[in-house]
Design a protein. Structure first.
Length: 483
């Protein structure tokens, strides 16, 4: 095969791949609009507070791992105490903190050591003690003190101690809306045709927002350069991407920062996998696999489009690169552990559509993008670049990307309109263009580094310290995330 034939074949491959990707994006936009309209129509007149009087609301355990959170832990727990729900408990899992996290929470909430019985259904690092409050106002707060084992290990320990029907896995430094539990539990009550095994919700970015008493009191567009890009990215990922997959009942991931699960089924599948850094993705895939292989029932993973959870995102290049590297490694690990689902009709839509999509357009897309750039350089050096075709395709790709992001911004404004003001609109518009030139190429590099680390480095499970800057009214309150 001569060079011209090779170039022609590669041209055809990249063109077909790009066309498929464009079609997927268009379908994603259409499906997300349909699903959001259905949700708004169905829930427009729902009085969630009236649900508090329901006699058969599922009981919920909120499980929040904490590691070295002494500067924010009290406010974090106060935020959880303000949640509107009739039957829930808060389980803070102190995952071997080396600071004063445990002593502070003991002192503030009048905790004492108790002999609470629990079943060790899931393996975890040893639990040293369990604490409850002597103050009746905090009688639904439980603190589990254990040796350090990482987030997945801490969640497993919390699931063992919990005794309620459902559990919510929550990052302790997230801020959730007061009615979040009521909205998250509603799919478990509504769907009579399917068994709901989990539900997730939209996560929004709290950087630069004003926080008081554990609540978002004013939503601001992030001031930090890197966080501005991530606001737009989260619009596309949650409001667009996950809404579309929810419409198809093909959602494979619920954010590790905020998700509600059927506790008994999670125990049946073995809890969170402590050998991966993508425990949130891996658990949902394993739950879906279990439903097909064992229970063989109609089931659903629900998704709530309301902005119910606010989290802080990385504000430095170094921390951002670590996070995206870890996301890549977690995705690869999950794909390889469950590779038998790939194009397997036994798993229905998940095996034939969702899983292959994750392989081709989540894992392999950055790799193909990198080789596409190398290929472009080669044909320039060989003098085989058709400048007219190149300019046309470049303008099309750039315009499509900008329009898709603008649609996501418009979509958010049309529905929940959390970000307001002309300044936000102008900045978002500018950063949509900058994203193509700066952020997307960097994300490609972060993904490539994650692939390299997974396949060529021994420490595939490394998490890396993630220092947070703290919210607007918590100056100097840094916390560190540990594996």
């Amino acid at each position: 095969m001569n060079v011209i034939n090779v170039i022609g074949s590669l041209n055809s491959f990249f063109f077909i791949y790009a066309c498929i990707l464009f079609v997927i994006y268009i379908l994603t936009a259409v499906l997300s609009v349909q699903e959001l309209k259905n949700y708004i129509t169905k829930n427009r007149y729902v009085d969630y507070k009236s649900m508090l009087a329901f006699q058969k609301l599922p009981s919920i355990s909120i499980i929040a791992p904490a590691y070295n959170e002494e500067k924010t832990i009290i406010e974090n727990v106060k935020c959880l105490l303000a949640l509107q729900y009739q039957n829930f408990e808060i389980i803070i899992v102190n995952d071997g903190s080396k600071d004063n996290t445990l002593s502070k929470i003991i002192a503030h909430f009048d905790l004492i050591k108790v002999n609470k019985a629990y079943e060790s259904n899931l393996t975890s690092a040893p639990i040293r003690a369990i604490y409850k409050s002597t103050n009746p106002a905090y009688n639904h707060v439980i603190v589990v003190d254990k040796e350090n084992g990482g987030k997945a290990d801490a969640l497993n320990a919390g699931i063992n101690v919990a005794q309620n029907d459902l559990f919510m896995a929550l990052d302790v430094d997230c801020i959730i809306e007061p009615d979040a539990l009521l909205k998250m539990v509603k799919p478990f009550l509504d769907d009579s045709e399917h068994v709901v095994i989990a539900s997730g919700g939209v996560v929004r970015i709290a950087n630069s927002c004003e926080v008081a008493d554990g609540k978002i009191v004013k939503v601001n567009y992030a001031r930090n350069f890197w966080a501005k890009f991530q606001v737009l990215e989260y619009f596309r990922a949650f409001t667009m991407g996950r809404m579309a997959w929810s419409k198809l009942n093909g959602l494979l991931i619920i954010s590790g920062a905020f998700g509600l699960f059927d506790r008994k089924r999670v125990i049946k599948v073995g809890g969170y996998d402590k050998t991966t850094v993508g425990e949130d993705l891996e658990l949902v895939v394993r739950l879906r696999k279990y439903m097909h292989e064992v229970e063989n029932k109609k089931y659903r993973v629900a998704f709530i489009p309301d902005p119910l959870c606010w989290t802080e995102v990385p504000e430095s290049y170094k921390i951002l690169s670590r996070q995206r590297n870890r996301w890549t490694r977690g995705g690869i690990d999950t794909i390889l552990k469950h590779k038998n689902m790939f194009f397997n009709p036994k798993y229905g839509l998940i095996g034939m559509v969702s899983f292959p999509y994750w392989v081709f357009f989540e894992w392999l897309a950055p790799i193909l993008q990198f080789f596409g750039i190398l290929y472009f350089v080669v044909i320039i050096l060989l003098g085989m670049l058709n400048h007219y075709v190149f300019v046309i395709l470049l303008l099309f790709v750039f315009s499509f990307s900008v329009m898709y992001s603008l649609f996501a911004v418009f979509f958010e404004a049309y529905t929940y309109n959390k970000y307001q003001g002309m300044s936000y609109i102008l900045q978002a518009f500018i950063f949509i263009f900058l994203e193509m030139l700066i952020y997307q190429p960097l994300n490609m590099l972060f993904s490539l580094s994650g692939n390299y680390d997974f396949f060529f480095k021994k420490n595939k499970k490394g998490w890396g310290d993630m220092t947070r800057t703290g919210f607007t009214n918590k100056k100097g309150t840094n916390s560190t995330i540990k594996p």
